[in-house]
Design a protein around this ligand. Structure first.
Ligand code: GDP
Length: 454
């Protein structure tokens, strides 16, 4: 498995028309941003990923920093601050051709107030004569200044070198992780708070305003002496019409996070029953064969919630997911965090289990005897032989007389019986039905390579 780092974020900030988009493109090395000479035409925040001298980071072009008077401008400023706040480093872009501008001082003050580390990037230094003009920007009060020409690509290498020297180094795991856990859930349920607690430092931004976690971040943590990878997704599931490019990006990251995980930890919160968005996440995770645990966060908040009622609401929304463990905890105080992790580890182990063939066949025989399964055409379904052909997630191959005729209820009955006898809490079970071989030839249908060594 690759060692997936958590990506630091660098934000380009500055008044309109100083060449932020061009700088973004030049740093990225390919044209992805909208560049226009008219002020304020870069409409959205645009993100890119850069690899340089063994470090990778994300770059965001924040659009124009403007004095906000209209509602639209205020909205733009809000967007901008959401992009800037989580940044590890800010590039304050200014324009050598037009010289120091009052808005440059405003931008400088804004970044200072946020306590950001700032590199001043004096753009449009297209020839040596302009170097002199660039010097006046020292009045902005930042130590590090760079003269560049985004248009001609001058000074970019030096700037990149300084950027990477200021960013946190990539994490490399010394041993392979035990498992990858994706923390998913609606905005504000406490994903980042949990991530911060597990990772032991403030690595991910936490804010009470929804949607401020910038990205899916992967980082390593150790629990009970074993290393795990944690994917903290900004799981914004919103109305399609209100999705900005960045929100779509986050949503993709949620899906991507689930796909990369062994275990999906869905967070809910006290007083907020699960929604369809939560059900959709669980559905997707189970479809992809992931282990699932539901953690109900903020259980430290005062006020009563009937646990029975909560479970019932869950069952109503996710009738097919009664086998998922539910843990009440508090990411803020750490209460029952150990129990949450124990449960995650338990489900990860369940997903890896391999059942011996005689045991499996015994369970299925008993199940058939207890309740005969009728096939869709009224005939009886007979399971002649079964074997586990896959683990993580478990797949059971059943050789039956009528593979195409098993109704959903019969499938449900069989998986329930397997769960009752064998466990597999929190893990989706896949049944792979095949036509039974001619009598006396049951071994020949399972290729040696398909049978796990158990
Ligand atoms: P995210 O959007 O899912 O990453 O949510 P955050 O981690 O940013 O948390 C949103 C808000 O809920 C913040 O104000 C947190 O301090 C608060 N919060 C998170 N976990 C808990 C908890 O266990 N108990 C309480 N009382 N508040 C919490």
């Amino acid at each position: 498995m690759e060692n997936i780092p958590s990506l630091p974020l660098v934000a380009i900030v500055g008044r309109p028309n100083v060449g932020k988009s061009q700088l973004f493109n030049r740093l990225l090395g390919k044209r992805v941003a909208l560049v226009d000479s008219e002020a304020g035409t870069t409409r959205d925040r645009i993100y890119g990923e850069i690899g340089w001298e063994g470090t990778r980071f994300q770059l965001v072009d924040t659009g124009g920093l403007i004095a906000a008077s209209t509602a639209l401008e205020k909205g733009m400023m809000k967007q901008l601050s959401a992009a800037v706040q989580p940044a590890d480093l800010c590039l304050l872009a200014v324009d050598a051709l037009s010289g120091l501008h009052p808005a440059d001082f405003e931008a400088a003050d804004y970044l200072r107030r946020l306590g950001k580390e700032v590199l001043v990037v004096v753009n449009k230094v297209d020839n040596e004569n302009l170097l002199v003009a660039a010097a006046e920007f020292s009045r902005l009060g930042f130590k590090k200044m760079f003269s560049v020409s985004a248009l001609h690509g001058l000074g970019i290498g030096e700037l990149l070198e300084t950027i990477v020297s200021r960013l946190p180094k990539l994490e490399v795991l010394s041993s392979p992780p035990r498992a990858v856990i994706a923390v998913v859930g609606r905005p504000n349920v406490g994903k980042s708070t949990l991530a911060n607690r597990l990772l032991g430092e403030e690595r991910v931004l936490v804010d009470s305003e929804p949607g401020t976690t910038r990205d899916a971040v992967t980082a390593a943590f150790t629990w009970s002496g074993r290393p795990y990878l944690l994917i903290d997704t900004a799981g914004a599931v919103r109305k399609p019409s209100s999705r900005s490019a960045v929100e779509r990006y986050s949503l993709n990251r949620t899906h991507g996070g689930i796909a990369r995980a062994d275990l999906v930890l869905l967070l809910l919160e006290k007083f907020h029953p699960p929604t369809r968005a939560d059900a959709a996440i669980i559905h997707q995770a189970l479809e992809l064969g992931k282990g699932c645990v539901i953690g109900v966060n903020k259980w430290d908040l005062p006020g009563d919630v009937s646990l029975r009622q909560y479970r019932q609401q869950l069952r109503d929304l996710l009738p097919y997911a009664g086998f998922l463990p539910l843990v009440l905890f508090s990411a803020l105080t750490g209460k029952d965090l150990d129990r949450l992790l124990q449960t995650c580890e338990y489900v990860i182990a369940q997903r890896e289990r391999k059942i011996q063939t005689p045991v499996l066949n015994k369970v299925l025989q008993v199940a058939q005897k207890q309740t005969p399964i009728s096939a869709k055409d009224g005939k009886r379904l007979k399971i002649l032989y079964a074997v586990q052909t896959g683990a993580s997630p478990p797949v059971f191959r059943l050789f039956v007389n009528h593979p195409r005729l098993l109704p959903a209820a019969g499938r449900g009955y069989l998986t329930n019986q397997l769960r009752r006898a064998l466990g597999f809490e929190g893990v989706p079970i896949k049944l792979d039905l095949r036509p039974a071989p001619p009598a006396g030839n049951k071994q020949s249908v399972v290729k040696a390579t398909e049978v796990p060594r158990i």
